[in-house]
Design a protein around this ligand. Structure first.
Ligand code: FES
Length: 160
């Protein structure tokens, strides 16, 4: 019994026809696994490789090229909260906002709260400079984030 459910394997197989070669589906497959399991363990890497007819090292290489994926021994919280520290956001208080969020959540960027609710990250420009300082709540932009707004957001995420 592996770590990928039959449903998850089927969803990976379903994206294969969109690509000229199975290898080209490595990142989409990693995303599917990462989204559902909140991590890509070594066992998951092996199972993805089996589906894609690759050596596990090829999947592992692709995964570890990007800091985006959490691997063996790491796990995302229910929500991934990115605080942008790109230039526009930095000029409008992003560093202070990051410190504020770290203090409020009791973790540093890259870490997950002990209750598993939130993984805090920093990002470099999330394409929302007109709403600086900006955050990403998973895939959703949150604009003009003040410390007060961040507190409300964090409270909401902890209740989720
Ligand atoms: S610099 Fe933060 S969104 Fe662009």
């Amino acid at each position: 019994m592996g770590v990928l459910s039959d449903d998850l394997k089927a969803r990976i197989r379903a994206v294969l026809p969109k690509y000229p070669r199975k290898q080209a589906a490595t990142l989409p497959a990693l995303h599917l696994v990462h989204d559902q399991l909140r991590t890509v363990s070594n066992e998951a890497v092996v199972e993805i490789a089996e589906i894609l007819d690759l050596h596990p090292s090829e999947v592992f290489d692709a995964m570890t090229f990007y800091a985006f994926y959490k691997g063996e021994g790491e796990r995302l919280g229910k929500t991934r909260l990115w605080v942008c520290r790109g230039l526009a956001c930095m000029l409008r208080g992003a560093y202070e906002l990051i410190e504020h969020c770290e203090a409020k959540l009791g973790v540093h960027c890259g870490q997950t709260t002990p209750d598993g609710a939130v993984t805090l990250e920093f990002a470099e420009c999330i394409g929302a400079c007109d709403g600086a300082p900006a955050c990403l709540r998973d895939d959703v932009h949150v604009m003009d984030v003040t410390p007060e707004k961040a507190d409300e957001l964090i409270q909401e995420l902890r209740r989720k």
